[in-house]
Design a protein around this ligand. Structure first.
Ligand code: PBG
Length: 325
């Protein structure tokens, strides 16, 4: 073995403290955003069958959830409403007394230090389950913008700190930005679901939010998983239209896209670690096939390594527990 030339990378891996010294990526509870599903009705704490550990809660159980988050040092939530009534124009999405508006008001009153992010979409609120208004079997893009903007404004009026539009209509950032500004909310940022793929990983969410399309699918507005340049075009136009944050969604199968978006644009980047990504790990862990704690921390860290500054994740509470240990 004389004269053998090689580098000794293992020098930096010798001990725990040495490894900590050279660790490049850190996951913090401040990076985590917890999604909550608020339903109309009383005394409801309904487990979502396909998402172990996740519940739909009514307003009278909402504060328990928030108490838990605060005790774990989680600082942000994204709120999804599950309304009792749906119609063809999603009226409950922009009703002042809609479930999401009431939930936001309650959280901001009782937990003023939490950052409340409002998901702005119509799919939970329309009887056809699409993210925009349907005319003659098609999604009417520009007409949808009017309703989506109304939704954003009522959410800001209710006290939302950030508006997060997920509907994938063209021009939604421009429309919402203008609507917020005209309504006196120029200080409220837009966290755009800029790069959102038509993904099978959303399956369990649609159980939780009752938002499955009743005909067709979302491929005429969400992106083809095969495309990368299109993701950059989507991000670019949202930056031009005034987005303050960019979301890439889903996360795990799209870490390459995250890295590219991060390298090209100077906005805070958010990974949406979606429902299917959660359920797969929960199911495997329940079978004893993977070590849940290790795998959760590994995958959340990999999203940060890929460039995400923040992560929307159903694992937020679990991860915070592990991090606080
Ligand atoms: C609403 C919306 C969806 C998700 C977040 N916002 C569903 C969809 O587009 O079908 C999915 C989140 C998840 O799977 O965790 N448009």
């Amino acid at each position: 073995m004389k004269d053998l030339q090689f580098k000794r990378h293992r020098r930096l891996r010798r001990t725990d403290s040495m490894r900590a010294l050279v660790r490049e990526t850190h996951l913090r509870t401040e990076d985590l955003i917890y999604p909550i599903f608020v339903v109309e009705g009383e005394d409801i704490k309904n487990p979502v069958a396909s998402m172990p550990g996740v519940h739909q809660v009514s307003l009278d159980h909402l504060n328990e959830e928030m108490d838990e988050l605060v005790s774990l040092d989680i600082k942000s939530v994204i709120v999804f409403g599950v309304p009792a009534e749906k119609d063809d124009v999603g009226s409950q999405a922009y009703h002042e007394e809609g479930i999401v508006q009431r939930a936001i008001r309650q959280i901001k009153k009782d937990f003023p230090s939490l950052t409340v992010i409002a998901d702005t979409c119509l799919c939970q609120y329309t009887d056809h389950g699409h993210c925009g208004i349907v005319r003659d079997g098609d999604i009417a893009n520009d007409e949808s913008l009017t309703y989506i903007t109304k939704t954003a404004i009522t959410q800001a009026e209710a006290g939302a700190d950030i508006i997060a539009p997920s509907n994938m209509m063209d021009g939604f950032v421009a429309a919402i930005r203008q609507g917020l500004d005209e309504a006196g909310f120029s200080h409220i940022p837009v966290m755009s679901y800029a790069v959102k793929y038509a993904s099978s990983f959303y399956g369990p969410f649609r159980d939780a939010a009752h938002s499955s399309p009743q005909f067709g699918d979302r491929r005429a507005y969400q992106m083809d998983p095969a495309n990368r340049l299109e993701a950059l075009r989507e991000a670019e136009s949202d930056v031009e239209e005034g987005a303050d944050f960019l979301i890439v969604k889903p996360a795990l199968a799209y870490l390459d896209i995250m890295r590219e978006v991060k390298d090209r644009f100077n906005l805070p980047l958010v990974a949406y670690n979606v429902s299917g990504e959660y359920s797969m790990i929960k199911a495997a862990a329940q079978n004893g096939w993977v070590n849940e704690e290790e795998i959760v921390l590994e995958k959340l860290t990999s999203m940060k390594r890929a460039g995400a500054d923040l992560i929307i994740t159903y694992f937020a509470k679990d991860a915070a527990r592990y991090l606080n240990q």
